[in-house]
Design a protein around this ligand. Sequence first.
Ligand SMILES: [Zn+2]
Length: 391
Amino acid sequence: MDPSLGEGELGRLDDVTVVLSGARVLFIGPDAEAPAARQELDATGCLLMPGLVDCHTHAVWAGSRGKEFRRRLAGVPYSQILEEGGGILSTVEATRSAGEPTLTELAVDRLQRLQARGVTTVEIKSGYGLEPATERLLLQVAKEAGRRVGLKVFTTFLGAHAIPQAFRSNREAYVAQVLEEQLPIVAPYADFIDAYIDRGAFTVDEGERILRAGSGLGLGVRVHAEQVTHTGAAAMAARLGALSADHLEQIDAEGIDAMAKAGTIAVLLPGAQAYLKDAPPPVGALREAGVPLAVATDLNPGSSPVLDPWIAATLACISMGLTVEEALLGMTARGADALGDSVRGRVRVGGPADVLVVAPPRGEPVEPEGLVQYLGGTRVRHVIAEGRLVD
Ligand SMILES: [Zn+2]
């Protein structure tokens, strides 16, 4: 599946053999011309497609938000939970006191579960430390967990995730800590920098200062933008040449236009939209403007505890209005593009040997819609990550 290879938006090819060698794709073509292989997998009646790219997660944390889930179901607003030290801040407390072995064990478990559902590349943000040593530790744990599980991890520094309790009355002091103490220590472990810009989080001005500083150290820029309120963060992201602006439920025409001109990718997070009961982002307007659409789980313990990327893809279709093709590309090639990676999320000769064999629903034809129609029902037969068959 590669738009440049075969038929249609997904670049579909029928009746081909794919040969992998080490961690690379060696051959795609007719079986008669395929080089001999040591091990064969029969994918007859199935779709072979790129490993999924989950380009927005917060997969390293400790603690439970189960009680908060109950309270939110009972109608307590998140703002009140946050006021009482719950929400992100309770995860920060649990994460700070967990220690490296526990954090690694928990992250490994989550990555294994994502991988079993077909994820071969994942982006992981920090942001549950909110002080230099723990922020750095979270990114180290993210990389180590990826190494142990055998999938590719991109790391993002998100010191600007929430204002810690101790800085509530002096937020400027926290912004200064992010800039002067966290960033220099964390930057060598991060591929990207992110900021959560919204009501109750950071202002556009605070976010811009932090993102510019990260960009100055060579980190790619991504932004949590326009989720709960319209702030102008998407237009700011575009101005900074951000790779992605994520969420976008409240983006306006100006933001869409700026993103389209800058080539900034819209990362849609239907898990968070569903859990928070938010209105969907204006997908029609984004599509019309030519903004590329990626889809991710936003895996986190509070607003999007989603461990199945296929559920995110299905929700992107039914709650946000993506087409089947947009959802599949959003979890593969566009997800990789959002990470500044033009080889992952595609099956291409010379590209990474990250491929899935997915069966259609039993008794149904081999068509892409069968991959996203059944909520949580996608039948992933085989996952090959970095050339290794995952059992
Ligand atoms: Zn997020």
